[in-house]
Design a protein around this ligand. Structure first.
Ligand code: ZN
Length: 173
C-alpha cells in the first residue's frame, strides 16, 4: 500500500516538473539505449547533464563483450563525468531510460546528484522504494526523483531488458 502511494507521488511530481529540455535529454538516453541493443546489450541509456550540457553519457554493456555486472548505463555515464565538476553535483541531472537499480541509485546518491529523471518504472528492481528509507546522512541530500516520463518509449525497452537479463544473466545466479 505504501509502495503504491509512493508511485502515485512520483507521477504527480512528473506533471509538475517536466520540461521540454527533460524530454530532449531523455531522447538522447533512448538513442544510447537503442545503440546498446544493437550490440547485444540490454537497451538502457543514461545521460548526465549540468547547465544544459551533457557531461557524461553511458549505455548498458552488461552482457557484450563479456558479462560485466557493473556495466549499467548510469555507472558508465558517471564514469565519464570530469572529476573537476563534482563540486557542482547538486546541479546535475541524471536522465536514464529505466528507473535506477540499487547499485546505480546508491552511487548517484553518494555523488550528490540533485535530480534523477527516468523513462520507465523498473517494477522488479527499481530503487524508488528506497527513498523513504535512506540513512540519516542523506536526509538533506535526497535527489529529486522524477518519472516515469517516457513510458510509451521506455516500457518496451524495459520489457526487452528484463527478457534479456532473465535469459543471459539469470543463468549465472
Ligand atoms: Zn543500475
Amino acid at each position: 500500500m505504501i509502495f503504491a502511494c509512493f508511485r502515485r507521488m512520483c507521477i504527480l511530481e512528473y506533471h509538475m516538473t517536466i520540461s521540454e529540455k527533460d524530454r530532449m535529454f531523455m531522447q538522447r538516453a533512448i538513442e544510447l539505449a537503442l545503440n546498446a541493443e544493437k550490440e547485444g546489450n540490454p537497451p538502457v541509456g543514461s545521460v548526465i547533464v549540468l547547465d544544459n550540457k551533457v557531461i557524461g553519457e553511458g549505455a548498458s554493456n552488461l552482457i557484450f563483450p563479456v558479462y560485466n555486472p557493473r556495466g549499467h548505463a548510469e555507472m558508465n555515464a558517471l564514469d565519464r563525468v570530469d572529476n573537476t565538476l563534482w563540486n557542482k553535483a547538486r546541479h546535475m541531472t541524471c536522465y536514464t531510460t529505466l528507473e535506477p537499480c540499487c547499485m546505480c541509485f546508491g552511487r548517484l546518491l553518494v555523488t550528490g546528484i540533485g535530480r534523477i529523471v527516468y523513462g520507465a518504472i523498473d517494477r522488479k528492481g527499481g530503487s524508488g522504494c528506497l527513498l523513504p528509507h535512506l540513512p540519516v546522512i542523506f536526509e538533506n541530500k535526497k535527489p529529486e526523483f522524477v518519472g516515469p516520463i517516457a513510458a510509451d518509449q521506455c516500457d518496451p525497452l524495459y520489457q526487452k531488458t528484463a527478457a534479456l537479463f532473465n535469459k543471459v544473466v539469470g543463468n549465472f545466479s
